[in-house]
Design a protein around this ligand. Structure first.
Ligand SMILES: Cc1ncc(COP(=O)(O)O)c(C=O)c1O
Length: 417
């Protein structure tokens, strides 16, 4: 199992011709965004904390700002002011774009700031309608449902996307695997159904290690960089990988609204990317094994594990889910995911609390669902912790009773399309 996940399951990563031949994902992960370091006489990337930059030639600066305001492009000179751009953050953007096989990427203060910027770009073009598939991360759902930015959402099944598109539809949004049920959509089919409307795929759970939505036709790839990209639970960030045309619009919105990523966060995210393939593959192997054990366990009524694999497992318990989160010891009972250490949470109480209970349940988020983010701990230690936490809350008759668990999932070794 582990060797299957560790094999080099990715095609070479295409990127603009700065290298004689395309490099594989694992190579890009440690080298992208660092191409100029040797010429600078550096090994580790520098951190530029400047908020402002000297600009003795005001006329030239005025011309640069005009160009940025019109086109979202800043030339290769210094950034003028930290809200227009930052070289350390730009390294992370370059690297993430390469990993996603996209032309560009634009980083933000958080995943929600990134989604907000996408919506503002479309609203600015007079396209206020969004077609979206549930479930989405709870706050993304809330942002769309509340229409706080002036947008309007139509929730559909993937099969209903084409029919829901209107003249003012500016975006189709999906998550795959989705938070928290790990439901998957066929990205290629969804992109086809979206027609000329940009498809935004939230790729936070899969990461470019398991899936690159641009190759399936998504125009926009969103990440809560807070999760796997950072990978250590110590940095908040968001990023959108896309074509340069859309990136320019996003940079203009970022400049105007200020949801910038701090340079220290940019540094940590770039560093996080270098171990992303290794972390995701190792944690995925452990998660697949835990999913198998949970599926065979009478205390568990249902296990959700994606076809493409990954390090997230969701499961429904026969007993009290709150007792499980209260009972873990090694695993941290906390929201968020994608860290080197394992986290467990109860979506109906935390990550998806803000979604109306009926909508939540209709989207498959049962009140007995738990979401486990598997880290890099040893599988036996994790299982021992889960086992004792499940044991505490389960009625004795269920321990020897009939299981509603579905069969153990297949190993997560299917190469991404
Ligand atoms: C799938 C997904 N997208 C977006 C977000 C929002 O990201 P952030 O918390 O960085 O704003 C999250 C956060 O949990 C998420 O899980």
């Amino acid at each position: 199992m582990f060797s299957m996940l560790c094999m080099d399951i990715y095609e070479d990563v295409p990127h603009p011709g700065t290298h004689p031949r395309p490099r594989a994902l694992a190579t890009e992960a440690v080298h992208a965004g660092r191409d100029d370091l040797a010429a600078l006489g550096l090994h580790a990337p520098p951190i530029d904390l400047s908020t402002t930059y000297p600009s003795a030639d005001s006329r030239a600066e005025a011309a640069r700002i005009d160009t940025f305001a019109a086109d979202g492009v800043l030339d290769d000179g210094p950034p003028v002011y930290g809200r227009l751009g930052n070289p350390t953050v730009a390294r992370f953007e370059t690297a993430l774009a390469r990993l996603e096989g996209a032309e560009s990427a634009v980083a933000f203060a958080s995943g929600m700031a990134a989604l907000t910027a996408v919506l503002l770009v479309r609203l600015g073009a007079g396209l206020r309608h969004v077609v979206a598939v549930r479930p989405l991360y709870g706050c993304s759902d809330h942002l769309l449902t509340a229409g706080a930015l002036g947008s309007e959402v139509t929730w559909v099944d993937p099969a209903g996307i084409a029919d829901a598109i209107r003249a003012d539809t500016g975006l189709v949004m999906v998550e795959s695997p989705a938070n928290p049920t790990l439901a998957e959509v066929d990205l290629r089919a969804v992109a086809h159904a979206s027609g000329s409307v940009p498809l935004l795929a939230d790729n936070t759970f899969a990461t470019p290690v398991l899936q690159r939505p641009v190759e399936s036709g998504a125009r926009l790839v969103l990440h809560s960089a807070t999760k796997y990209l950072g990978g250590h639970g110590d940095v908040l960030g968001g990023v959108v990988a896309c074509d340069e045309e859309f990136a320019r619009e996003l940079r203009k919105v970022r400049f105007a609204t200020g949801g910038v990523l701090h340079p220290l966060a940019g540094y940590l995210l770039l560093r996080g990317l270098s171990t992303l393939p290794v972390r995701v593959r190792a944690a995925s192997a452990t998660a697949a094994e835990i999913a198998r054990r949970l599926a065979a366990d009478p205390r568990v009524t249902r296990v959700h594990y994606p076809r493409i694999g990954g390090a997230m497992v969701a499961f429904e318990v026969a007993g009290d889910p709150h007792a499980v989160t209260a009972g873990v010891g090694l695993i941290t009972p906390a929201v968020s995911l994608g860290s080197v250490d394992s986290l467990i949470q109860h979506p109906a109480s935390i990550s998806h609390r803000i979604v109306a209970a009926d909508d939540r349940r209709a989207a498959g988020v049962s009140d007995r669902l738990l979401r486990l983010s598997v880290g890099l701990e040893d599988v036996e230690d994790l299982w021992a912790d889960l086992d004792q936490a499940l044991g505490r809350e389960t009625a004795p008759e269920l321990l020897s009773g009939v299981s509603g668990a579905r069969p153990a999932p297949e190993p997560a070794a299917t190469p991404p399309a």
